[in-house]
Design a protein around this ligand. Structure first.
Ligand code: GLC
Length: 739
């Protein structure tokens, strides 16, 4: 007993008197960082700036500084892999909740939902002992064929800038660092390691940087992931302009730059061009990884050699170590953020709510939707995407879920609760594989019937049904919505158009549910009365889809990117600016962003090319009426103006509308898009209710980036504010002057 007393007294004495500063949570962050740094050897500083395993980097055991654990991905916490391999570790307690893909989050246009998302996935990551979650991704949707658009937040820099911040805050409130990616200009997957992006500064600052800047300056992101590609002929994982000049100097980023896995290619560049934490390098220096060869990393032994030979100093090393220590203290060493939780009811509710708010009702002629619940009515569900698991595959965002409610399951559950029957027909056979990286779906989707037989079966049943719901779209296999590859075109794969046309002819109560993270061509759009854009919705997919189809939820999603009628209508393809030009003497592709700032609706508006469905488009089961917009002043000195838009729910069910505010510079010394999104507000209204929606803008909303002066400029003169429920549906405008 005496020993215990002494020991406890000893501990008490120690804790009362001299807890070292770097371990003392009451001390300011940077004091703790400096104290830790002052105690570390050069070797220890080298140890913490590169990986020690596939997803972790080393701490300093001598000082009790913990290892740092990272994991994918933006939509949920990736299952555990082996220490030094991508293969599954085979744990039985790492099945997670898959939240909807980030295109769905963007489509909700609701920052509250974004915070809920970040907090929920942050709790899952915290519970799994992860200090850095490798997401969210905010690369701008420049082309509809980019394989990873489903992981990002659409084509508009303002929407992405607003929606990324609460996600980062929610995540980091759990003591888990966001690692916002892929910084920057990683806008397609084809040749992702060898594309050298050529883009003018105005386009860079107006289109491709804002979401990252907001994540850093407003979200206070604790880490950023460098991209694979080149910019100004330097890899973005060690890029002087992007990482040092812009991210760290101009924006004041105090966190750590993490390489993409295998994105580091040169020791000297890594030392001087802003990389802080190297992961996933190919350690045999060629194309593949020699096992457990982390000392071969560019920022490991080779770096130490240069220091020992006196060829480089330790100033950059100290800066890197500081940034990694900051990351460590903010996450692994913050014991106040609780232990998180995994697969909780709250997380399933969150996943379902995000899905419910992000699904977009694209078309609803003759009010086919919502499905009228009626005893004995028959529903036919057709399509592979009604049954195929979508949480497995797609690249690094692939997950091992505790459950995934398929669209068919969700529709069945909702229908049976109101006495309706549901039948199923395959309709088409697409991708029958059921495994990614060792995670298996357990589904056997094999079906040897011919396309004609499958269509005949579906049409035969469709003629007997009261409702027909086709669930198709893309999936997570290579060449569709998948990392490291792009699509070859805009068309739906597996001849789905034929099935859709046949079903449209067989039954007027016909709904197409498109499951995808990208726009697709819809040549049959006029033949299909109801179309729903249902994203990759994760664990609660079927429930969210059923919620909307049966009217439990009134859809309120709005498209975060344009659906062009054909690929050549979209700017990168209209100008032949994809995938770029391969250099004769190397594997580098030069890709010039010839469309400049005219990305997405900026192109369609300015060139007057009518889209299939416009940016910001999304219908409701109720009707909304916009009153006349007013401004609180006709002239503004500092750019501040508050607009008031009266919105009425003139229908007979509750619902939400997103008031979108676009700004036009009526006269400017440079050409500007026809209009640009500079404000929005989502408002929930009961039937008959009117709300005065107020949106305030400031000078930022009026400015363009003057590359010559390298600053944002708002030229005095007249501007027009336009408000409406979609970029192609402006209801009210008001002019005002910047003095
Ligand atoms: C992948 C992806 C990146 C991911 C990382 C780790 O190649 O580009 O988004 O977080 O490697 O899996």
């Amino acid at each position: 007993m005496a020993l215990t007393v002494v020991m406890s007294a000893g501990v008490l004495q120690t804790s009362a008197k001299s807890l070292p500063v770097y371990r003392d949570p009451s001390r300011p962050l940077d004091e703790r960082v400096e104290d830790a740094l002052s105690r570390m050897t050069t070797q220890e500083k080298i140890d913490i700036i590169h990986a020690q395993s596939k997803f972790s980097s080393r701490g300093v055991p001598r000082l009790g500084l913990p290892d740092l654990w990272t994991d994918d991905g933006p939509h949920g916490v990736r299952p555990e892999v082996l220490w030094d391999e991508w293969d599954q570790a085979g744990w039985t307690n790492d099945s997670c909740v898959a939240f909807p893909a980030l295109t769905c989050l963007a489509a909700s246009w609701n920052p509250e939902v974004s915070y809920l998302y970040g907090k929920s996935v942050g709790e899952e990551a915290r519970y799994r002992g992860k200090d850095v979650l490798l997401g969210p991704g905010v690369n701008i949707y420049r082309t509809p064929v980019n394989g990873r658009n489903f992981e990002y937040m659409g084509e508009d820099p303002y929407l992405a800038s607003v929606m990324v911040v609460p996600y980062v805050q929610g995540l980091q409130d759990c003591g888990v660092a966001a690692c916002v990616k892929h910084f920057a200009l990683n806008n397609n997957e084809l040749n992702r390691h060898t594309t050298n992006v050529i883009v003018d500064d105005r386009t860079l600052y107006e289109i491709y940087l804002p979401a990252f800047k907001a994540a850093v300056q407003k979200g206070k992101a604790w880490s950023i992931m460098g991209a694979y590609n080149y910019y100004k002929d330097e890899h973005l994982c060690h890029n002087q302009r992007m990482l040092n000049d812009i991210l760290k100097k101009e924006w004041g980023f105090d966190g750590a730059v993490v390489s993409d896995w295998g994105g580091t290619h040169d020791t000297r560049q890594a030392i001087t061009n802003g990389l802080d934490l190297e992961f996933g390098s190919w350690t045999d220096g060629l194309a593949n990884g020699a096992s457990n060869a982390y000392d071969n990393y560019y920022m490991a032994r080779p770096y130490l050699e240069l220091i020992r030979k006196g060829e480089v100093g330790t100033e950059e090393l100290d800066d890197k170590a500081r940034r990694v220590l900051r990351l460590m203290i903010r996450t692994a060493m913050d014991y106040t953020k609780g232990d998180g939780e995994m697969c909780s009811e709250a997380h399933y509710d969150a996943a379902r709510r995000i899905g419910d708010e992000g699904i977009v009702l694209l078309r609803n002629e003759n009010r086919v939707l919502p499905i009228a619940k009626a005893q004995g009515k028959k529903i036919l569900v057709v399509g592979e995407n009604a049954i195929k698991m979508m949480t497995v595959g797609g690249g690094s965002s692939s997950l091992k879920v505790q459950h995934e409610i398929s669209p068919l399951d969700g529709i069945r559950a909702a229908a049976s609760s109101c006495g309706m029957t549901v039948d199923y027909a395959r309709g088409y056979v697409g991708d029958v594989t059921g495994e990614y990286n060792g995670v298996v779906t357990g589904q056997n989707l094999n079906d040897s019937r011919s396309a004609a037989e499958l269509i005949a079966e579906a049409v035969g049943k469709a003629r007997e049904a009261d409702y027909v719901i086709f669930v198709g779209g893309l999936n997570k296999s290579a060449g569709q919505d998948c990392e490291d590859s792009d699509r070859a075109g805009l068309e739906l794969p597996y001849a789905q158009d034929d099935v859709i046309r046949a079903l449209a002819a067989a039954n007027p109560n016909f709904v197409v549910v498109n499951v995808s993270g990208n726009a697709v061509a819809m040549p049959w759009v006029k033949d299909v009365p109801a179309i729903v854009q249902a994203w990759f919705l994760g664990s609660e997919s079927g429930n969210s889809i059923a919620d909307v189809l049966f009217g439990e939820v009134n859809p309120s999603g709005k498209l975060p990117f344009t659906f062009p009628v054909r690929l050549s209508d979209s700017p990168a393809h209209a100008l032949g600016a994809y995938p770029g030009v391969k250099r004769a003497d190397s594997d580098v592709w030069d890709l010039e962003y010839k469309e400049g700032i005219l990305v997405g609706y900026r192109w369609h508006d300015t060139k007057k090319i009518k889209p299939l469905f416009a940016f910001g488009h999304g219908l409701s089961y109720t009707d909304f009426t916009f009153g006349k917009m007013t401004a609180d002043r006709a002239e503004t000195e500092d750019g501040t103006v508050t607009f008031t838009v009266p919105v009425t729910n003139s229908g007979n069910v509750a619902g939400a509308e997103v008031v979108q505010l676009y700004i036009t510079d009526n006269k400017c010394s440079v050409s500007r898009p026809a209009k640009e999104l500079k404000g929005f507000a989502k408002v929930f209204l009961q039937p008959g209710e009117t709300r005065d929606v107020k949106i305030t803008i400031d000078r930022d909303a009026l400015a363009f980036f003057d590359a010559d002066r390298h600053e944002w400029v708002a030229e005095p003169g007249q501007f027009t504010a336009s408000a409406g429920p979609a970029s192609d549906n402006i209801k009210t405008t008001v002019k005002f002057k910047l003095k």
